[in-house]
Design a protein around this ligand. Structure first.
Ligand code: ME8
Length: 513
């Protein structure tokens, strides 16, 4: 089974902030989860390099747009490397393969009679790279996302007959039995889109006469292709389009396009309409998560309140940041983030629950068994292992299937808490004096239960789960073991084995004060 997930391709006008990292980490967690579940995964991210916004940012830096985007795309790649993002491909819209793909798409729309020329005058927000109607602006006449005044533009442009797609889109979005059903999640966002769609659709301008930093329109070289049409096509370019014989084309249509609500309309209306206009399959699911806000305002480069992922990675560590980013606020609505909220979550979930558990189990194993995994009688898994497994299979797995990452993280915590509570109940330090055999049994069950949690923790914390896996004397790679575990069923043979040497854990998550 294939699984194709994408992030938006980000604008390169500035360095990535934690909002971009949020989407990319979430997509990475999902990609890694699907991979260990046995899916053939293609995970795409990249950069959106054309348009007025990039041209202006390059000019400000005294660089050509190409020099500027070469440099800035490198900065995005660096951050994704730092955050251990396992993308399959990083697409840049200035690449030759993409230019060819966009020109093929627009030519096909033209050949299918869906493009016409018209004079147009409207307000344009450079931050959003889109025309805006008066009613989309706030009470001060500003773009609500960028708090900037849109500029009046008047040009002769080419238009795409988007209005023809109102009914076909509504059918695909609202009818789950439609063979080309387009699922928009969460439900509230779907309702917003369908509500707006029902009001009618206007044709949109898909070219620019006055902007040279873009892909030339194949049937009128005086104009460049509107940056949003250019950008959306990246998702199909990466699968080899227009060469549908490319091995990667098997990944089309995409399974999930992930983003925040600012660009949901483009993805759930304009993008499928373009594809339908070309007779191509449309995406299966569009998932919109909320905004990270600071004191209720969207965090963004233009508002000057952006937090750098590098700063947070330095403060908390890379894997903790990956975990905290997706577990702090519910996945869907907006949520305020602050350093103190991240710190509190770090202390509670990572220092006090996960870190404390590993350290106490390893300390007991050191004290009573000289850091050797004790031998437990029988092949049966313990009651504790079974209840941990139950939480992971019932809670974690269903939450992941619905992309509820914060709830999946909560299920991990619930499973960890079960072990911590069991240790309190067992009071192994008392058993040490009375029943060494039972003590061995207990320690063994803690270790196996931890190993099992690590398999599920892996997508969130790929490096630290491997580190703890090795500390707990489980063999080899946690990722490969996870794949084997899900493929072959719950074989216990992959977990910590009696006689293996445990490692001192040290302090994995130093408490933040
Ligand atoms: O829109 N909270 O690029 P972009 C959560 N190039 N997520 C946030 C966020 C925040 N405060 N700020 C940004 C573009 N994001 C186009 C996309 S795709 C064909 C073209 C994330 O750099 C979120 O995923 O403005 C949002 O949708 C995206 O960055 C916008 O990135």
């Amino acid at each position: 089974m294939k699984f194709y997930i994408t992030t938006p391709i980000y604008y390169l006008n500035d360095e990535p902030h934690i909002g971009h990292a949020y989407t990319t980490i979430a997509a990475d967690i999902m990609a890694r989860w699907k991979k260990i579940r046995g899916f053939d995964v293609f995970f795409l991210t990249g950069s959106d390099e054309h348009g007025a916004k990039i041209a202006a940012a390059a000019k400000e830096k005294g660089k050509t747009p190409q020099e500027f985007t070469d440099e800035m795309s490198g900065k995005f790649k660096e951050i994704w490397k730092l955050l251990n993002i396992s993308y399959s491909d990083f697409i840049r819209t200035t690449e030759e393969r993409h230019i060819k793909s966009v020109q093929t798409i627009i030519q096909t729309l033209y050949d299918n009679g869906l493009i016409y020329k018209n004079k147009y005058e409207a307000l344009y927000c450079i931050g959003c790279e889109k025309f805006m109607s008066e009613k989309e602006l706030d009470e001060n006449g500003l773009c609500p996302y960028h708090k900037a005044k849109p500029v009046l533009q008047s040009e002769e442009n080419y238009f795409f007959k988007l209005s023809q797609f109102q009914q076909p889109l509504l059918e695909r979005i609202t009818d789950p039995s439609h063979k080309e059903h387009l699922e928009i999640c969460p439900e509230e966002r779907k309702n917003e889109i369908t509500g707006k769609l029902k009001l009618g659709l206007e044709d949109i301008s898909v070219s620019r006469a006055a902007l040279s930093w873009g892909i030339p329109l194949p049937f009128d070289k005086e104009q460049t292709i509107y940056v949003w049409v250019d950008a959306l096509v990246n998702y199909i370019t990466a699968t080899g389009y227009p060469n549908t014989a490319d091995a990667l084309y098997k990944f089309w249509p995409s399974d999930i396009h992930l983003m925040a609500k600012d660009i949901l309309w483009f993805h759930s209306v304009i993008w499928p309409a373009i594809l339908m206009g070309c007779g191509l399959p449309i995406p299966k699911q569009i998932y919109s998560h909320g905004f990270f806000t600071i004191d209720g305002n969207k965090m963004s480069k233009s508002l000057g309140n952006a937090i750098s992922p590098r700063y947070l990675a330095d403060s908390f560590g890379i894997d903790p940041l990956r975990y905290l980013a997706v577990s702090l606020i519910p996945f869907g609505p907006d949520g305020d983030i602050s350093y103190s909220a991240l710190k509190a979550k770090y202390n509670e979930d990572l220092a006090d629950n996960l870190g404390n558990l590993i350290s106490r189990v390893i300390k007991m194993a050191a004290k009573y068994f000289d850091l050797i995994v004790p031998k437990a009688s029988g092949e049966e898994s313990s009651a504790l292992f079974k209840s941990v497994k139950n939480v992971l299979e019932n809670d974690f797995e269903s939450e992941m299937d619905n992309f509820q990452l914060h709830k999946a993280a909560f299920a991990l915590q619930k499973a960890l808490t079960l072990i911590n509570q069991q240790i309190e109940n067992d009071a192994p330090w008392k058993l040490a004096k009375t029943d060494r055999e039972d003590l061995a049994q207990k320690i063994f069950s803690y270790l196996q239960s931890i190993d099992l949690i690590l398999i599920y923790l892996f997508p969130f914390m790929p490096s630290l789960s491997q580190k703890i896996w090795t500390i707990c004397a489980a063999q080899g790679s946690v990722e490969e073991s996870a794949k084997q575990y899900f493929k072959k069923g719950a074989s216990l043979s992959i977990f910590s084995k009696a006689g293996a040497k445990l490692l001192d854990s040290g302090i994995l998550f130093p408490k933040k004060v």
